[in-house]
Design a protein around this ligand. Sequence first.
Ligand code: ADP
Length: 640
Amino acid sequence: MTGPLSSADTGLAPGGGGGISPWRRAAPIVALLALAALVTAAGWLGYRLTYDTALDRQAERGQVQMRLYAQTLESELARFDYVPSLLSLDARVEGLLRQPGNPERVAAANAYLAALNGRAGTRVVYILDARGKVLATSNFQRPDSYLGEDLSFRPYFRSAIEGQLGRFYGVGTTRSESGYYLSAPLGDRDKPAGVAVVKIGLEPLENRWQGNDSQMLLTDENGVVILASDPSWKLAALRPLAPAQREKLDRSLQYNRAPLPPLALTTVRELGPGPSEGGDALVRLRQGPPMLAQHLALPGTDWNLTLLTNISQARVAALNSAALSGVLAAFVLLLGAAWNVRRRIVSERLAARAALEAANSELERKVAERTADLSAANQQLHAEVAERTRTETFLRQAQDGLMQAGKLAAVGQMSAGIAHELNQPLAALRTLSGNTGKFLERGDHATAQENLGKIIGLVDRMGRITGALKSFARNPSVGQRGTARLAEAVDNALFLLETRIAAVAPAIERDIDPHLMVACDPNRLEQVLVNLVGNALDAMAAMAGRGAPRLSLHAYQSGGLVHLTVRDSGPGLSEAAFARLFEPFFTTKPAGEGLGLGLTLSAGILNENGGTLTAINHPEGGACFTLALPEAGPEARHVG
Ligand code: ADP
């Protein structure tokens, strides 16, 4: 299946196509983003933990503070608990209730109440009859005195007339002064004759709260702020008031028709069970900074303490912690990255070393293999060299043997002539020796002497013939070198072939400088010359009857070589002879006459001595062989 490579294939192939893949290019950015995300997460976690812990601590401190405030408040209020009940014991009060219209009784009661009020430190102390009308009051002297007022609508009156102790926070209707009202029934509890009321100012408590970083609020059963460290928050509603509730409050004049604006507190986050269950929460006043809101129910009342504290310190601590966590995380991550890089480098190094060791051992193995191969080849080569040397020696011996054979063949060819050559002097010797005897008998000593001289000449001649033959047939030692005088070698060859020359009787032209010396063993050179001249004689013998035979021997020097041409007037070299002239055993002569070794051996001898043998057919007919040999110095003389 063939098809275009998808971009994902090419893009993700590691190092594919020569370019850097997009994934590789994006990797550092991705790593940086991941680092940033981790650092941010660590910072966020640090922030969150520190923030929550700081808030918890702040909440604990708040709880302690609120409990302290609650205790103070309780004890402050409890201080006046006894006052209304105390009044029921007093005779002046009792007298007033019995005779409410008696001005003396009223005056006595008023004086007593004023004195009590002054002593107890309360705001007002007053007595109501069973219908709620003020009979006597500590502030009887003031123009805005309650005296004669009907306060039956007040809840504290109702509670007391029903035989219970009344507690009530409210705003005064006459002077709009807020205060805490304590009431108690006077006389029989089941059917009270009147009600005693004490009004207490709570401002001293407020003053103690002020000057703090936090805001303390006291809310009553309606959720209306009745005490606040910030006076401007007073008589504000902590939670929105329902219309029915507001109507009821208006009727009871509890807050003397105060507008009761809602306190714009919004919950940012709830901590724990939630503010409705009295739990802590983070709140915000209008657009202000968030604050920690805590609540505490005041025991024995429907009132609630609310503490609002600034959380800026917690935030600062959390931000510091976030920064520290972020830096720490970045440090740890970078440390991890550095460690990872180091680990990779170490593992890469180990891998490279292992690869190197593997390559090294592979190389060593190959070298050992190669060395073994080479030494095997070397041994083989040695064996081959030895074999070649043996073969060469064998060949040389064979060649020498062949030369010898060639020479012996030439001797064989010459044998008939030699026999004739020897027969002639032998016959002459016989005749001369017979004659000599007769001349001695006759006393002709002079003629006998002359004959004896002829006999000696004939014997010498026979000795020369056999000596030349012996010397020709001699097998020279292998590789023998020397120098030869060319003219002398030619003389010897012609002498050896004398009989055959006489048979052909050619005209011999000879042009050889007697001083020419060549670098060759004289015996070998003679062998070459006997071959060449012998072949020429054979060729001319074949032409018997057709023209006068002629043999030319001509020597000349050229380029450090001495050349000798042997030209005959024979039929020349045939086409076949030209092609195979120096091939061993090539001959055109009848069996028993030619071996086909002469030219092969001659060329070999000349080559061995640094020379050459060439052949051409002369334009004027006949074959022309040229031998060339290095020239030897004139001082070198024939030693053989
Ligand atoms: P062989 O003389 O025993 O035949 P050679 O090697 O001396 O062997 O000669 C090879 C052949 O070369 C001869 O048989 C002859 O055919 C030819 N040849 C040599 N010399 C001559 C010559 N001068 N003229 C013609 N043919 C020759």
